[in-house]
Design a protein around this ligand. Structure first.
Ligand SMILES: C[S@@+](CC[C@H](N)C(=O)[O-])C[C@H]1O[C@@H](n2cnc3c(N)ncnc32)[C@H](O)[C@@H]1O
Length: 211
């Protein structure tokens, strides 16, 4: 039974990635949280021309052990796809990626929700990217409610970096308790700086794409 659920989750991840790979064919992929490499060993079989680099913060023979946020924070990388399959919080990666984007980019984000289906381990960077300010520590449940109501704001940060979200998809697994959210985002460069009205329109569009 457990195996079936795991497969459903794996299939959801694979289908989300296949959708974007077919729609926006990439040349290179950076797998920022490669783990055992299950997802991309399958996809590399299906999309054999891809250049692939996978890292993980956990040491293992044959791969670089590094916090991938450090790589993504550097200028000059030119991946067409960045996959952040953390199962923890992907938002620090996302915020590191945005200022470095110089060409259209597909980003996959896995946001771990834990067994209760609610993400609860929020970094200060994430909370402040949501624009949430508290004068003192909030009870965890209250903080989670605030995060649930506002988390999409962190996606809109793309607009602050001259980027346009041209497609955003979330893959859901019917009949399986959600332990993570699986997101795919396509970013393109905006031609000109955005006015406030255009910014609002972009935010609304992102909200609609995800709902
Ligand atoms: C769900 S597993 C990834 C599974 C993988 N996509 C696969 O197909 O096998 C999550 C992995 O992310 C790694 N990870 C989490 N945060 C990371 C970071 N900041 N830098 C590098 N690796 C990270 C963890 O060590 C763990 O191995």
């Amino acid at each position: 039974m457990k195996k079936k659920k795991d497969n459903q989750r794996l299939n959801a991840k694979l289908d989300l990635r296949r959708h974007f790979l077919r729609r926006y064919p990439p040349r290179s992929v950076f797998d920022a949280c490669c783990g055992e490499g299950v997802v991309w060993s399958q996809l590399r079989g299906e999309f054999p021309r891809l250049r692939y680099w996978g890292v993980d913060k956990k040491r293992r023979p044959g791969r670089l052990a590094i916090d991938s946020i450090r790589i993504l924070s550097q200028p000059g990388w030119d991946f067409d796809v960045v996959d952040v399959d953390t199962y923890g919080s992907p938002w620090e990666h996302w915020l590191a990626i945005l200022p470095r984007v110089r060409a259209p980019l597909t980003v996959f984000l896995t946001w771990g929700l834990g067994m209760r289906g609610t993400a609860s381990n929020h970094s200060n960077t994430f909370i402040s990217a949501l624009g949430l300010r508290f004068s003192r520590d909030l009870p965890r449940r209250l903080l989670n409610t605030a995060v649930n109501a506002t988390w999409e704001r962190v996606l809109w940060r793309a607009v602050d970096h001259g980027l346009h979200i041209v497609e955003a998809q979330e893959m859901v697994t019917a009949g399986v308790q959600a332990t993570a959210r699986y997101l795919g985002i396509r970013l393109e460069l905006q031609a000109a700086p955005e006015s406030e009205a255009a910014l609002d329109a972009a935010r609304k569009e992102t909200h609609e794409l995800l709902s």
